[in-house]
Design a binder for this molecule. Structure first.
Ligand SMILES: Cc1cc2nc3c(=O)[nH]c(=O)nc-3n(C[C@H](O)[C@H](O)[C@H](O)COP(=O)(O)OP(=O)(O)OC[C@H]3O[C@@H](n4cnc5c(N)ncnc54)[C@H](O)[C@@H]3O)c2cc1C
Length: 401
């Protein structure tokens, strides 16, 4: 019979996406004794993901292209993905009993289209004698001479190794800081934005597909983004807005000094619009322009600028034509704040310079590992944030085989 000392005693703090998966993988090895700490049910943070369908990852084989979807962490993740990419993740999920499929827009979902079913299957792998769950919040992790002391409000536990996977919360960063890790200032990312142009909130529910947004703040230009945008009752949202919010996560824009957004709502050009006007002089202004944007949008722009959009397009003044055309091909909006608590992920976290991407081990404290959103990594929507968790979990588990 094996000596108790041949076992590796491993604590996993936080059992969300990253901590849950690393626990599943570690507990498959009979020489590991894994204790997971979380006050929530394992994997329960997956339940709301992908609108309840769990957008597991994104179908892009080129890891360089894949890594471009992370405003923070791109270089670090190139190394991580060279070891464990999205294809390997899909194969791993299939081996765990979760078949996946690629949606038209390249986002990857479980065939069940259900976060609930996915969580249930993942949880079934934790029903394993090598894994035990402590439904306790960890309040401190202390490096001891031979390992670690993990403290909860009521007890102290001792381990050889600790994996921290507590996500992007304030308490996460405090745990890491107490272990002498540098935290890059956390900021909300993937947020809805409030714009100054309140009259456009009348458009609540109107969705523009695959538009282009250029953003500028204090003369600083950000990468042009593409995607959908939705006008809601009190904010703008959707994948393109999320990308803008991620790129500008560290900019302090407000009412006095807003983030300027320039939207191209159609693939048509100014010349196309002029030609349409020339060829349809007797048609109403709103009829002509609604070829390029939803009617409700044309009406909102016309009303705001006192343009009679019922009149024939031949009667449109030069300035009015300019206003309507600009609204479609270069609509300027001023974002004055991020909508509070709308963020999907946190930018910032444990400084990547202090983590070895080949193992996910801390370079500061031996035997300590960080995976998932606690790291200074954040991606766009589309499955990128979960992929960071899956890859980190897999690479981390390899140290204990
Ligand atoms: C509404 C919503 C939808 C999303 N949809 C998607 C999507 O479809 N695709 C995608 O890629 N990403 C999505 N994301 C982002 C994704 O869910 C996160 O990036 C991911 O869950 C982060 O995983 P994690 O394991 O690092 O942390 P989490 O999943 O947040 O898990 C952290 C766990 O640690 C526990 N914990 C924290 N502190 C302690 C402590 N002190 N002691 C013990 N336990 C602790 C928490 O209870 C939690 O269970 C979505 C996010 C939200 C909010």
């Amino acid at each position: 019979m094996e000596q108790e000392s041949t076992y590796k005693n491993i604590a996993v703090i936080g059992l969300g996406a990253a901590g849950g998966l690393v626990s599943v993988l570690l507990s498959k090895n009979p020489y590991n004794r894994v204790v997971g700490f979380d006050t929530k049910e394992p994997f329960s943070t997956l339940l709301p993901t992908g609108g309840g369908r769990c957008n597991l990852t994104y179908n892009e084989e080129d890891i360089r292209e894949f890594a471009k979807n992370y405003p923070r962490g791109e270089k670090f993740l190139l190394s991580v993905f060279s070891r464990f990419n999205q294809q390997k993740t899909r194969k791993l999920f299939e081996d765990l009993g979760i078949k996946t499929y690629v949606q038209k827009d390249d986002r990857v979902f479980p065939v069940s289209d259900s976060s609930q079913k996915t969580v249930k299957i993942l949880n079934s792998h934790l029903d394993n004698p090598n894994f035990s769950l402590k439904k306790e919040k960890v309040i401190n992790i202390v490096k001891t001479e031979n390992g670690f002391e993990v403290k909860t409000p009521n007890e102290s536990y001792f381990f050889d190794y600790v994996i921290v996977a507590t996500g992007g919360s304030k308490n996460s960063f405090e745990l890491a800081e107490k272990l002498n890790h540098k935290i890059i200032e956390p900021k909300p990312s993937l947020c809805a934005l409030d714009i100054k142009e309140k009259y456009l909130y009348k458009l609540s529910g109107v969705n523009f597909k695959d538009i282009q947004i250029k953003s500028v703040f204090n003369n600083k230009k950000f990468t042009t983004v593409y995607g959908d945008i939705l006008f809601a009752h009190k904010f703008i949202t959707g994948p393109a807005v999320f990308k803008v919010s991620a790129l500008t996560a560290y900019e302090n824009f407000d009412e006095k000094s807003p983030l300027e957004l320039y939207l191209k709502l159609t693939s048509y050009t100014k010349e196309d619009i002029e030609e349409e006007l020339r060829n349809n002089q007797k048609k109403s202004v709103k009829n002509v322009f609604s070829k390029f944007a939803p009617l409700s949008f044309i009406e909102a722009i016309s009303n705001f600028n006192n343009i009679d959009c019922e009149k024939q397009s031949a009667q449109l003044k030069k300035q009015e034509k300019h206003i309507l055309t600009e609204a479609i091909i270069n609509l300027k909006l001023n974002a004055q704040k991020r909508i509070k608590d709308s963020e999907i992920v946190t930018a910032g976290g444990v400084d990547l310079k202090e983590i070895n991407p080949k193992t996910m081990e801390s370079k500061i404290v031996k035997g300590l590992y960080f995976i998932g959103e606690i790291l200074d990594v954040d991606g766009y929507t589309g499955g990128f944030n979960l992929q960071n968790c899956w890859s980190g979990a897999y690479i981390c588990a390899q140290n204990f085989n």
